[in-house]
Design a protein around this ligand. Structure first.
Ligand SMILES: [Mg+2]
Length: 227
């Protein structure tokens, strides 16, 4: 929800992969190796809605959640320094309702009002990883791109969605670094404290790249890219 820079690039590429081809009246741009057909942006938005409404998106997240639970179980060794890291937006909490209402643009005022409302539901596919970690006593850390000023609203929403047990919520009070730099540094700091991160779960590559976790798990999100 925060610092979104290239919202629809991944969507366009995903659309290309999903459809395999486009109507002849779609736009075409050169990529150095020939023409690449570019779908209409509104058509891509409809594809996202269809992905959601068909249940395919939810099923893909459930499958990812199953993989996450299996990874946790395989790495769990009862050591009390073991930890799992979760991103929040589009990983633990689902902002689709607000993003769809804003036609998949990110409107800061709308986004902040949505966060303040604490209405984002849990994402069941990833909540089962969270529940597995809590049931095993594995330390849970939440590393979010949300600012510290949004902490109270975020905690309210997490509680309402059933995420009541975690060691720490780490917010991004920025000095301008990218999500990738901030998040990987936060994981490195946890390691310095003595934690061993056995699984890192997020919907963005920037949640997951940069090391400092035994396993990573990507939750599908075709709506935006955060760097
Ligand atoms: Mg996210």
């Amino acid at each position: 929800m925060i610092k979104i820079s290239k919202i629809f690039i991944s969507v366009l590429l995903s659309a290309f992969l999903l459809t395999g081809c486009f109507n002849s009246d779609d736009a075409a741009v050169g990529n150095g190796a020939g023409k690449v057909e570019v779908p209409n942006l509104d058509a891509v938005k409809q594809m996202i809605i269809q992905y959601r409404d068909s249940g395919d998106w939810g099923r893909d997240i459930e499958s990812a959640g199953d993989r996450g639970v299996a990874l946790l179980r395989s790495a769990y060794n009862q050591n009390d320094t073991q930890a799992v890291v979760f991103d929040i937006d589009e990983t633990l909490l689902d902002n689709y309702e607000n993003l769809k209402a804003d036609k998949f643009a990110v409107v800061k005022e709308s986004s902040n009002a949505w966060i303040a409302s604490a209405k984002a539901p849990a994402i069941s596919g990833t909540k089962k990883i969270y529940d597995e970690a809590v049931s095993k006593g594995i330390n849970v850390f939440l590393i979010t791109g949300r600012a510290e000023a949004l902490r109270a609203a975020t905690v309210n929403n997490l509680n309402a969605a059933g995420y009541t047990k975690y060691e720490r919520l780490i917010t991004h009070d920025t000095t301008g670094e990218t999500a990738l730099v901030y998040k990987s540094a936060a994981r490195a700091a946890l390691e310095k404290e003595g934690y061993q991160i056995i699984l890192n779960v997020g919907d963005q590559d920037s949640d997951l790249l940069g090391g400092h976790s035994l396993h990573t798990l990507k939750i599908p999100n075709p709506m935006y890219i955060l760097n």
